[in-house]
Design a protein. Structure first.
Length: 243
């Protein structure tokens, strides 16, 4: 996976996302709502809820917003019923794209996602049309900007914590686990004194797709439009970015 740092892609887009703070809070609220509705509002027994709340707090989402989303899901407050959906398709140059949404109006969302693809030389496919190109993995980031973390030591710690793979690039360690061993790996690494910058169970491309500069610009436009959609929770793709 060297040369295809997911963390660097996250950081590169973080400035643009900071300008969309309200929409980010909306997405977190939907994710919290869904997790609480499925597993209850107690974070001590609902690991999924605990994880999405941690991500919301990392983006400085107010506690009142978090509590309101939980109360909606558990019936304390009236609220819309959200549905979790996944769209698969191809972007410009055949880039594989998976879009996860949480919506209270699937007809509206489907039309908006389809329009975003069509406008940027892409097309939606059937379920399963591109998901086979991705692996579901636990993903953990530990930064080493001060250079104090020994690579051999963290590699051994990661493997002992259940990691499948670890890469080091530009002061960043990216650790990959199976979904089942993810939670234990996070807890063990934190217990060993490592500060985790990012952690999630996500989709990792098996291979990356290089496209022309024009196609990459179109792909970035597609991502921007999808990120502006408040129903979109996550976007996964196998673009090998050069921008």
């Amino acid at each position: 996976m060297a040369g295809h740092s997911k963390w660097h892609n996250i950081q590169k887009r973080k400035g643009a996302q900071d300008a969309k703070r309200g929409k980010i809070f909306m997405r977190h609220a939907k994710a919290i709502y869904m997790a609480a509705k499925e597993g209850g509002g107690d974070t001590t027994t609902n690991a999924s809820l605990r994880l999405v709340i941690d991500k919301a707090k990392a983006d400085n989402m107010p506690n009142d917003n978090i509590e309101r989303a939980i109360k909606k899901a558990t019936g304390t407050l009236d609220g819309a019923n959200f549905e979790e959906l996944t769209y698969e398709g191809y972007g410009p140059g055949g880039v594989a794209v998976i879009v996860n949404v949480l919506t209270d109006n699937k007809n509206r969302t489907a039309a908006e996602v389809r329009h975003a693809f069509k406008k940027n030389d892409g097309n939606l496919g059937e379920n399963g049309s591109v998901s086979f190109m991705f692996d579901r993995k636990g993903y953990i980031v530990i930064t080493n900007e001060d250079g104090l973390i020994d690579e051999d030591e963290i590699t051994l710690a990661a493997l002992e914590a259940g990691a499948d793979d670890i890469t080091a690039e530009d002061g960043v360690y990216e650790i990959y686990t199976t979904p089942d061993s993810f939670k234990e790996a996070v807890e063990q690494l934190e217990g060993n004194g490592y500060t985790i910058e990012e952690s999630e169970v996500t989709l990792i491309p098996q291979n990356y797709n290089s496209v022309s500069k024009e196609e990459e610009e179109k792909m970035q436009q597609l991502i921007d439009i999808l990120e502006d959609n408040e129903d979109v929770q996550d976007i996964h793709h196998n673009l090998e970015s050069t921008m």
